[in-house]
Design a protein around this ligand. Structure first.
Ligand code: PBG
Ligand code: ZN
Length: 332
């Protein structure tokens, strides 16, 4: 009984009822996190040209959108801040009155059940667009100074958590950032704030549209983009140690990013670590789908459901996606 014609695999697919009964991967709005870009001001809502359907909002306009998301069943947002007041170290990141902190307070007041996740990084706040303090290191290289950056990240996380963020999500890829943030949060009495670590984050061309959205394209050609801190896409063997390190430092949840092009990495982390796992379907992955759908080259709904389910199938518990609102609609 181990071959054709006695065995016929197609019997398992012969009707919708059988296919649905055997479906192993399920998607629900509970699993989705919707990213949002906020900048200071009032009445601002400008579409990001490389990310159709995504906007930069002022806090008031953002609230309107987030209320709509809540009505659609979405339960978590991921906030990114944009600022005009950039400096060498990114000090606006820990300004309690910056747009992210302000919007966080507004959300928690109006929609206390909505989970607020804040991206904890410095690239939106530094004038050079890097995720930390750039300095000449002892070996003569100019690079992001890992240890000098930890204090800045910790201050940003504390400011975000104090504003009411449920989860802080450090994305700078500095060694030791989770420990530094956990220690600072606990010292400030913020022991209930979760850390979702961007533990396995690759240096990816797929972040291109995001850098338009967040106005955070990195300068300093000598740093080759962010390749001295984000991972090399040609290598996967650092993924487990990166994830383990963050788990040991106290991360509550881990993330792999990008998502759809890195399903192998998601599957490995899922197998090796038992922490809740998020995957970030990033701006470039969104932009590609939007472009193809806009040109009429594929069925957007079917393609997005397939890719998002594939990210779940690979092992992600949560999916951060710019398609969150559309998915909520499609899944309803
Ligand atoms: C900031 C950050 C980036 C993204 C999330 N947090 C950009 C980067 O590292 O260059 C990318 C998200 C996306 O492309 O959707 N460190
Ligand atoms: Zn960054």
């Amino acid at each position: 009984m181990n071959g054709f014609p006695a065995k016929r695999m197609r019997r398992l697919r012969k009707s919708a009822a059988i296919r649905d009964m055997l479906a192993e991967t399920h998607l629900s709005v509970d699993r989705l996190v919707a990213p949002l870009f906020v900048r200071p001001g009032r009445g601002l809502r400008s579409e990001i040209s490389s990310m159709p359907g995504q906007f930069q909002f002022s806090p008031d306009e953002a609230m309107e959108t987030i209320r709509r998301w809540a009505d659609a069943g979405l339960r978590a947002v991921l906030l990114f801040g944009i600022t005009q007041s950039k400096d060498a170290v990114g000090s606006a990141a820990w300004d309690d009155n910056a747009a992210v902190q302000q919007l966080t307070r507004n959300i928690k007041q109006a929609l206390p059940e909505m989970l607020v996740v804040t991206d904890t990084c410095l690239c939106e706040y530094t004038e050079h667009g890097h995720c930390g303090t750039v300095a000449e290191l002892p070996d003569g290289r100019v690079d992001v100074d890992n240890d000098a950056t930890l204090d800045s990240l910790a201050k940003a996380a504390v400011s975000q958590a104090r504003s009411g963020a449920d989860v802080v999500a450090p994305s700078a890829m500095m060694d030791g950032q989770v420990a530094a943030i956990r220690e600072a949060l606990d010292a400030a009495g913020l022991t209930e704030t979760l850390i979702l670590s961007y533990a396995v984050k690759f240096a990816s061309s797929l972040y291109g549209p995001f850098r338009d959205a967040a106005e955070s394209a990195p300068a300093h050609a000598e740093l080759e983009g962010r390749q001295t801190y984000q991972m090399d896409h040609r290598s996967c063997s650092q993924a487990i140690p990166e994830a383990r390190m963050d788990a040991d430092e106290g991360a509550d949840m881990l993330m792999v990013k990008p998502a759809a092009a890195y399903l192998d990495v998601i599957a490995q982390i899922r197998e090796q670590l038992r922490l809740p796992l998020a995957a970030y379907h990033v701006s470039g992955e969104y932009a590609m789908l939007k472009a193809a759908a806009g040109a009429g080259w594929l069925n957007e709904r079917e393609a997005v459901l397939e890719i998002t389910r594939s990210i779940r199938r690979a092992g992600a518990d949560l999916i951060i996606t710019y398609y969150a609102e559309q998915l909520a609609d499609w899944l309803a």
